[in-house]
Design a protein around this ligand. Structure first.
Ligand code: PGA
Length: 253
């Protein structure tokens, strides 16, 4: 059975006080959240709040903490970067890699993301690998090939065992923060295509084990329909994850 994962991506939002209140709201609601060993919630908080998040969520077994980024090297003279060794040392188990905002504003390429994926797995941190097409690619109807090359160029160096430790998040760029969600049919079609891409390289058994999340304007009002699709194993949620009540409803969807 594939893990169901609802991941919150706070992006660059919130002060320490706001982060504390939001995390406490989830920790306090833990008993009423529909989470268990096969259905977890992951909070990708800004780096300065990682330890705080670990601390506040420590009594909530199925609420996990993720970093929003990491660097591709183990350590050294890379001012301002965060290493996976640092993340491992504070007990962070997940890291977002290749979010479209990192690709777009920080010029992160598929080859560079492959290095980040490799080093994360080396340190036992599960990458939540983001992929997804811009609007012009969707309009040209070449999105399946576009996303397949993102996956091939950043992930196909991995072994069968390594790839099953990774989570994929499909986020069409035209749906991120725009209020425009992919329809559940569009999400399902792409998720099935991603699984087929994985199957060509690793076989069906491996492809079936990998959780693929949908991201892009997920809200409490559309979550249930999208998550009900057979190849959609949860969501990566930006804006709506900053509102405790809304995100709790998304988790319970
Ligand atoms: P959104 O962001 O939910 O605000 O569209 C999703 C994301 O960028 O991960």
């Amino acid at each position: 059975m594939r893990k169901q994962i609802i991941a919150a991506n706070w992006k660059m939002n919130g002060t320490l006080d706001q982060a504390k209140k939001l995390l406490e709201a989830f920790a306090n609601e833990n008993a009423s959240l529909t989470v268990d060993e096969n259905k977890i919630a992951v909070f990708a908080v800004p780096a300065p709040y990682l330890l705080l998040a670990k601390d506040i969520l420590k009594g909530s077994p199925y609420l996990e903490v993720a970093a929003q980024n990491c660097y591709s090297k183990k350590s050294g003279a890379f001012t301002g970067e965060i290493s996976v060794e640092m993340l491992q040392s504070i007990g962070v188990k997940y890291v977002l890699i290749g979010h479209s905002e990192r690709r777009e504003y920080f010029n992160e390429t598929n080859a560079f993301l492959a290095e980040k994926v490799n080093i994360s797995l080396e340190y036992g941190i599960a990458p939540i690998f983001c992929c997804g097409e811009p609007l012009d690619i969707r309009e040209a109807n070449t999105q399946n090939d576009y996303v397949a090359s993102q996956i091939a160029e950043s992930l196909f160096q991995l072994s069968k065992i390594e790839i099953t430790k990774l989570i994929i998040a499909y986020e069409p760029i035209w749906a991120i923060g725009t209020g425009k969600t992919a329809s559940s049919a569009q999400a399902q079609e792409m998720h099935a295509s991603i699984r087929a891409t994985l199957a060509t390289k690793y076989g069906n058994d491996v492809a079936r084990k990998i959780s693929i999340l949908y991201g892009g304007s997920v809200k409490a009002s559309n979550a249930a329909e999208i998550f009900a699709q057979p190849d959609v194993d949860g969501g990566l949620v930006g804006g709506a994850s900053l509102n405790a009540e809304e995100f709790i409803n998304i988790i319970n969807a």
